[in-house]
Write a protein that binds this ligand. Structure first.
Ligand code: NCD
Ligand code: ZN
Length: 347
């Protein structure tokens, strides 16, 4: 019989896809990430969006100010790609030392994406500069065509947008963010070493039943939306395969409680309070806890060409109860697994 694992020690992980918002909201959430992770790729979908290096530098400074005093957490900034991002801005980003990637939101695809890209061809000059400078393009991979079913939007994006884009820029580093389908797993597996993907905890722990069975569960609503069980299994298989093309990106995306529990609820799941524990739950389900370190702590850094962290974190098999609510500026948010007992605790 297999022995129960009671403790795992890992190289300190990084979060390669994170939303921390700004102001009082940021001050309320940043400590959770800084406690577990050494670095995180910070999403630029603020209002207004972070479209210039100057804005990214200012946002970087605000994040450092909001950190707990003894923290050496490093925010890795991104630019928000628009139809008019020019190659000069990419050069400035490269030279800044604080910007590590550029994010493509198809206009209208998700929270604060109204200024996103309307036609991918318009961004070709910026993409050519990114390819030349080795700056990764981070892709929210969903089409926005109202005629396409929301559950098919990732798959259609691959065919219509991502495959042609990858062919046009064969040396561009691309991270297909928060993948949710078997189709995305297969695309990444078949692509060159320049194409990788992040996987969230929710997409390997839950399928779409968690959204809709027994009532509507707004706190399990995120984009891309949860998919059918075979897709979850494909994602869990990819995450636990040991293939370095798949690495950790929580997409932790806090919204105030009222914005989620609403007639038109916002997309986004907050998982930063116990991110590593959630991944451990999924990896254990696949009997693959030995694959967690590569996924969480090595492969992302390797893909971005950054050094791996040198200190460690420990996961104990020790139950914790997730609070029903957490403070969020003047309001509260409802975290992932709110009110439930989970088996792991990170230290
Ligand atoms: C994100 C957010 O709230 O900023 N929401 C989400 O559902 N993931 C945006 C995004 O990453 O799509
Ligand atoms: Zn996101």
């Amino acid at each position: 019989m297999r022995q129960t694992i009671t403790q795992i020690s890992l190289t300190r992980p990084d979060d390669w896809h994170l939303h921390v918002r700004d102001g009082a909201a940021m001050a309320a959430v940043i400590g959770h990430t800084a406690k577990q992770f050494a670095r995180a790729i910070i999403m630029p979908n603020l209002t207004p969006p972070v479209t210039s290096t100057a804005q990214a530098e200012a946002y970087h400074e605000r994040i450092l100010q909001a950190l707990p005093q003894d923290s050496d957490f490093q925010p890795l900034m991104t630019l928000y790609l628009t139809d008019t991002t020019n190659p000069g801005e990419i050069t400035r980003a490269k030279n800044s030392g604080v910007v590590f990637a550029v994010k493509l939101y198809p206009a209208g695809a998700t929270t604060n994406s109204a200024s996103g890209v309307t036609q991918i061809q318009k961004t070709y000059p910026a993409l050519a500069a990114m390819e030349a400078h080795g700056i990764p393009l981070l892709v929210h991979g969903e089409v926005t065509d109202p005629a396409v079913d929301v559950f098919d939007r990732e798959q259609v994006f691959i065919e219509q947008q991502l495959a042609p884009l990858a062919a046009q820029f064969p040396n561009l580093k691309i991270v297909f963010e928060h993948i949710t389908t078997r189709d995305a797993v297969n695309f990444v597996l078949e692509a060159g070493a320049n194409i990788a993907a992040t996987i969230t905890p929710q997409h390997i722990l839950l399928n779409r039943n968690a959204l809709l069975v027994g009532g509507i569960h707004p706190h399990n609503y995120c984009l891309p939306v949860l998919k059918r069980e075979p897709h979850r299994q494909a994602l869990l298989g990819a995450a636990t395969s040991g293939n370095p093309k798949f690495f950790l990106g929580t997409d932790s995306a806090p919204h105030r409680r009222g914005a989620k529990e609403s007639a038109c609820g916002c997309a986004g799941i907050y998982s930063a309070h116990a991110a590593l524990e959630f991944y451990a739950m999924a990896f254990e389900q696949a009997a693959a806890l030995d694959k967690l370190e590569g996924f969480a702590s090595h492969f992302g850094a390797d893909f971005y060409g950054l050094p791996r962290n040198t200190d460690n974190v420990t996961l104990q098999r020790s139950e914790q109860t997730i609070p029903a609510e957490l403070p969020f500026g003047d309001e509260t948010l409802v975290p992932f697994f709110a009110g439930e007992v989970i088996p792991w605790t990170a230290q």
